[in-house]
Ligand binder design. Structure first.
Ligand SMILES: [Zn+2]
Length: 82
């Protein structure tokens, strides 16, 4: 499920599909695309443990989230202007 190497106390985050190198160490949960196989992955950090999952969200879902975020910002700005 998660591939994690420990080198001199640092975690190396690898792709859960091809094992390709993703990043030196994860600090916060983040979404990224594997440079090796193009797999969308979620790097999840919980209680100092790093797990890598498939990002199973669909393109439409991502677009929706993006849209929702933009709408949220717009609402915030409107409040600020008032
Ligand atoms: Zn990969």
């Amino acid at each position: 499920m998660s591939l994690m190497g420990e080198k001199t106390g640092e975690c190396v985050v690898c792709c859960n599909r091809c094992g390709g190198f993703l990043m030196e160490s994860a600090i916060t949960t983040s979404y990224m695309v594997c440079p090796e196989c193009g797999n969308r992955v979620v790097v999840c950090v919980k209680n100092g443990r790093v797990s890598v999952f498939d990002d199973t969200r669909s393109e439409e879902e991502l677009a929706e989230k993006r849209h929702a975020r933009l709408t949220g910002y717009a609402a915030k700005f409107k409040k600020l202007i008032k």
